[in-house]
Write a protein of this length. Structure first.
Length: 181
């Protein structure tokens, strides 16, 4: 840090150099240059008095130390509150299995219905029952699937079962909250 002390550096340069001077970490050459500036330059003198006052305030004030029982008091305060249990204790596996069964039943139902609607008696020259190269997905009529009474009944039953499962889950949550209160 061998810069010319007379160059205009702004407040940041003055502050840094004055703090080094106050703390006693500046070199002897810098100390003598700063002392000359403090005698001649009003800005340096004002900044020095301000920083010296702050330094003395920090030195004279004593920080409050926590009591010897501080840690124990904090831990006792935390112990009053209920800590969240581990994940396994508040996730009901029956609900997870019920939701999984619901979706598996839905997929199996659609597959059974789809295979039931397939005409397996059609003959083809290929060994496959369906010629994959001639299938055009855009020409598939999905209205057959959703206009059928059986599909609508199956979907309504699944919706009702899903709502019943949700109702049981929410009722068990409500019951738990009442027990805790």
């Amino acid at each position: 840090m061998k810069e010319n002390l007379n160059t205009p550096l702004g407040d940041g340069g003055i502050d840094d150099r004055l703090w080094e001077y106050i703390d006693g970490v500046s070199s002897a050459d810098e100390r003598s240059a700063i002392e000359k500036l403090l005698e001649t330059d009003q800005q340096w003198k004002e900044k020095y008095n301000e920083l010296l006052e702050l330094h003395q305030l920090v030195q004279s004030s004593t920080l409050e130390e926590p009591s010897l029982r501080f840690t124990k008091n904090v831990m006792e305060g935390i112990a009053k509150y209920q800590i969240a249990p581990a994940t396994r204790t508040y996730i009901n596996n029956k609900i997870i299995w019920g939701i999984g069964f619901f979706f598996i039943a839905l997929v199996v139902g659609f597959l059974v219905y789809g295979f039931g609607q397939t005409d397996w008696s059609a003959t083809n020259d290929t060994k496959l029952p369906i010629d994959i190269s001639k299938i055009d997905i855009n020409k598939v009529d999905y209205s057959k699937f959703f206009n059928n009474t059986y599909v609508n009944v199956f979907m309504m039953i699944n919706v009702v079962l899903g709502l019943m499962l949700l109702d049981r889950y929410l009722a068990s949550k409500k019951k738990k909250l009442r027990k805790e209160a």
